[in-house]
Ligand binder design. Sequence first.
Ligand SMILES: Nc1nc2c(ncn2[C@@H]2O[C@H](COP(=O)(O)OP(=O)(O)OP(=O)(O)O)[C@@H](O)[C@H]2O)c(=O)[nH]1
Ligand SMILES: [Zn+2]
Length: 355
Amino acid sequence: MNLNTLGLSPAAQAFTEDETLNDFLLARVTAVHRDRYTLQDAERTYSAEITGNLRYSVQDSSELPAVGDWVKAIPSGEDSAVIIEVLERSSLLKRKAVNKFGESQSIAANLDQAFIVQAVGQDFNLNRLERYLAICNAAPITAILIISKVDLISKEELQSYIDKVKARHLDLEVLGFSNFDPESIAEIAQKMQAHKSYCILGSSGVGKSTLINALRANDQLKTQSISNSNQKGRHTTTHRELFILANGAIVIDTPGMREIGITDDASALEATFESIQEIARNCKFSDCQHEGEKGCAIQAAIDSGELSEELYASYHKLKLEQKHYSTSLKEKRAKERAQGKLFKAGKAHRKNHKY
Ligand SMILES: Nc1nc2c(ncn2[C@@H]2O[C@H](COP(=O)(O)OP(=O)(O)OP(=O)(O)O)[C@@H](O)[C@H]2O)c(=O)[nH]1
Ligand SMILES: [Zn+2]
């Protein structure tokens, strides 16, 4: 195996070309459990931790290694290492933590594309789809929608689902899918390209695990670590959240992907509802809140039927939610600043005791 097999990001690629960095390991994070990380490079799997310096110098927990990150590390034993730097990410998928401050939490880094899964029936929900799209836009990664469990409906019904999506998001690629049809699974795998990294998002019960298990059945890394342990007579059963399909595509599946809330990135939300932004540019006042002001183009477009009222309502709801989160986050930051002196004292102490 070579590093390319692990899906080198541009920053990791640049690292391989810099000979002054020969003394360091370049590896990809394949699992995170609390403060231990599993790393993989071309040769082997490492169990790693991060330097105290890295831990205490981060401004935000999203700067700590996430699954999919490329890191610079120093070997500290035959199969252990210490991470000293997280390389620049091409994308970072984040979610809102479920605490009242609405801080964001990294889910996975250096992804190229997401497959958003919604099942036919109860689970199918355009507003929720738009949440996922906004999160993907914020990362930023592209997205494909999978409508799952299509074995339960007719072709005509599937078409009506697709039409509903297309009415709101014309450019979004939409696929019907069933776990009961091997060709359907193969079709998903074919949508994934070698050396690119993918994730599968969606609510509980839509068929993600079944699909992921089917894809994971030919995990290339699994074969790799077995042959490694045979050579050295060691037992390496390391938990991994990153795997490589037979066709070379990389799939990342972390528990964090199961429940993602809303993006805190205002421009990503706006990009998701581009048609609304275009109309809003024609409002008479540039700060129009579209709440009955004079010359509001949004209201006019809803009245004339040019803009779907449901689409606008979905956007408005997400906007309010985002505002709520960013307010509570601001309050938290203010509190932290008040405690700043205390923190600085602690940091100076740790600096003297660094790794
Ligand atoms: N009809 C139908 N049922 C399916 C399909 N895929 C999965 N199921 C069923 O749906 C249920 C949930 O499937 P999972 O794969 O566990 O769904 P999940 O999205 O991983 O759910 P979580 O593990 O809770 O996140 C199971 O009872 C499956 O047998 C499908 O393509 N068609
Ligand atoms: Zn307006």
